[in-house]
Design a protein around this ligand. Structure first.
Ligand code: PMT
Length: 219
């Protein structure tokens, strides 16, 4: 790849977790740090792409002033932000760990711990990537699959169900893969190919993912 191999491309990347409020002090979240998505954003920008990074709560910092960073909190906010830009992008990469469910109602005051049990009713959040797949016109769409079992099968199902061109599998069964770590171990699937990679830093993994996209889809 030449240094500016993504010149002229606009890439939207989702990153980090989403937080779904329970009350003014509590939320449902997950362990995503945002590292994988921020590494992808930095690398894509280095290659000359215009990068729109839509991130849930994360302490990751972006050094690159050219990256257009939008911070959101909940899945609903992430969905809205994504569709502000989706029509403008050439490539969408969904690395965010979006909460699948959110509390049906957000308590206005801090919930008191009076009883020995507490029931919170949850309702399904929008599937952002699936919606992107449904509204796909010219975009190349890349998803992630975070799995703990039947990894390949689940990843391939997500590739088809969400109308993706490519999916990046990471399994929590692999040491050093997935959440929080500075490293990840991935396997990429398209409709016709698959490729497995070694454990590497997330910066290196981002390079592998973008190299793969360039080789498979942009040549
Ligand atoms: O942030 P890090 O700590 O660096 O960790 C990186 C990561 C493990 C979060 C990342 O590599 C990863 O796997 N991200 C996807 C996590 C996930 O939620 O996977 P999933 O298999 O549940 O979802 C499949 C795909 O649909 C993902 O692209 C996800 O972004 C998307 N999705 C899921 C649910 C939903 N409501 N909306 C979505 O867009």
């Amino acid at each position: 790849t030449s240094p500016k191999s993504l010149e002229g491309k606009t890439i939207l990347i989702t990153a980090g977790p989403t937080y779904e409020a329970i009350d003014p002090v509590r939320f449902i979240g997950n362990h995503s740090s945002g590292k994988m998505g921020y590494s992808l954003a930095e690398e894509a920008s280095k290659r000359g792409a215009k990068v729109i990074l839509i991130s849930g709560p994360s302490s990751q910092k972006i050094e690159d002033k050219n990256i257009d960073l939008h911070k959101v909190t909940s899945a609903k906010e992430m969905l809205e932000k994504v569709f502000e830009f989706y029509h403008l992008v050439d490539i969408g990469i969904a690395s965010a760990a979006v909460a699948d469910y959110a509390p049906k109602e957000v308590a206005r005051e801090k919930i008191k711990k009076n009883d020995s049990t507490l029931t919170i009713e949850l309702i399904k959040n929008p599937d952002i990537l699936k919606t992107m797949g449904e509204k796909k016109s010219h975009q190349l769409l890349v998803g992630f699959a975070l799995e703990t079992q039947n990894e390949d099968e689940n990843a391939k199902t997500k590739l088809a169900k969400k109308n993706l061109d490519m999916i990046v599998l990471n399994s929590l069964r692999d040491q050093g893969a997935g959440f929080k770590n500075d490293t990840n171990k991935i396997k990429i699937f398209t409709k016709t190919t698959e490729k497995e990679f070694d454990l590497k830093s997330k910066d290196e993994v981002a390079k592998d993912i973008l190299n793969f996209i360039e080789e498979q889809f942009l040549k």
